[in-house]
Design a protein around this ligand. Structure first.
Ligand code: PCA
Length: 220
C-alpha cells in the first residue's frame, strides 16, 4: 500500500504579483514603501502569490533590477511602490513621463537633469491598472487614496516609465506612492493602514478587467 498522499497544489504554482518597494534615500532611515511590500511578501491575494522585492533608489540600476525581476517571475501583475513624503494618502499614479530631472542625487550619486528615461521613447505611458476602481476599493476599506497626475521626475517616475515601456506586450503594471509613516511626521496613516490599502488595491486590480469612470481629476 502506498504511503504517498496527494499533495495540495503548492502555493508556488500560483500566478504571481510582483510588488516592489525602494530602499531608504535622501537621509531617511527607512522607506515605508519597502516595509509595505515586505509585509505582503508571500501572501495570497485573489489567487495570486505576492513576491516582494526591493529596488535601489538609483537611476538605471532600479529599472534594470525591475526588468530582471519581471523576466524571472513572469508576474500577472506588477505594482511598484515608492515614497512621496509630501503626500498624506496612498496615491495611484496615472502617468509616467519620459524625463528625469533629479532635485537631489540618487543613492549612487547620480543626478540626471532633463535626460529621457528611454531616448526616443514615447513622451509618456499611462498606467495599465484600473486606478479608479482601485481607489474606490481602497477607500471602501477605510484607507485614504487619491489619483495622482504626476509621479515626479525622480527615481520613481524612472522605474514607472521603464516598467510601462517593458510591459508594452500587455501585462498589467503601475505605480502607487505611499506617504511617510507617523514617526516620520505624517500623522494620518499607519503602516497597517498602508498594507490594508495596498492589499485591497492588488485584489481589485486582479479582479477588475475594465476600469470604472469616477471623477478624481485635479484643477492644477
Ligand atoms: N521615492 C522616490 C524614489 C524612491 C522612493 O521611494 C521618488 O518618488 O522618486
Amino acid at each position: 500500500m502506498t504511503m504517498f498522499k496527494l499533495a495540495e497544489k503548492p502555493v508556488f504554482d500560483l500566478p504571481t504579483v510582483l510588488l516592489t518597494g525602494f530602499d531608504a534615500f535622501g537621509g531617511d532611515a527607512v522607506n515605508p514603501s519597502w516595509l509595505v511590500a515586505q509585509a505582503l511578501d508571500g501572501q495570497t491575494i485573489a489567487g495570486h502569490r505576492v513576491v516582494a522585492a526591493q529596488l535601489p533608489t538609483e537611476f538605471s540600476a532600479s529599472a534594470l533590477r525591475l526588468v530582471a525581476l519581471v523576466r524571472q517571475h513572469r508576474p500577472a501583475l506588477v505594482l511598484c511602490l515608492g515614497l512621496a513624503g509630501s503626500r498624506s494618502s496612498l496615491s495611484l499614479e496615472r502617468i509616467a513621463i519620459n524625463v528625469q530631472d533629479a532635485r537631489i542625487a540618487d543613492n549612487a550619486g547620480a543626478q540626471p537633469i532633463d535626460v529621457p528615461v528611454v531616448p526616443g521613447g514615447p513622451a509618456a505611458y499611462f498606467s495599465t491598472l484600473p486606478i479608479k476602481a482601485m481607489q474606490q476599493a481602497m477607500v471602501q476599506h477605510g484607507v485614504a487614496a487619491t489619483i495622482s497626475q504626476t509621479a515626479g521626475t525622480f527615481v520613481c517616475n524612472h522605474v514607472f516609465y521603464a516598467l510601462m515601456h517593458h510591459l508594452q506586450s500587455g501585462r498589467r503594471g503601475g505605480f502607487i506612492h505611499v506617504p511617510y509613516l507617523p514617526h516620520q511626521g505624517q500623522p494620518h496613516m499607519t503602516l497597517d493602514d498602508m498594507v490594508l490599502g495596498i492589499r485591497a488595491a492588488c485584489a481589485c486590480a486582479l479582479t477588475t478587467q475594465h476600469d470604472i469612470t469616477h471623477g478624481a481629476g485635479a484643477l492644477s
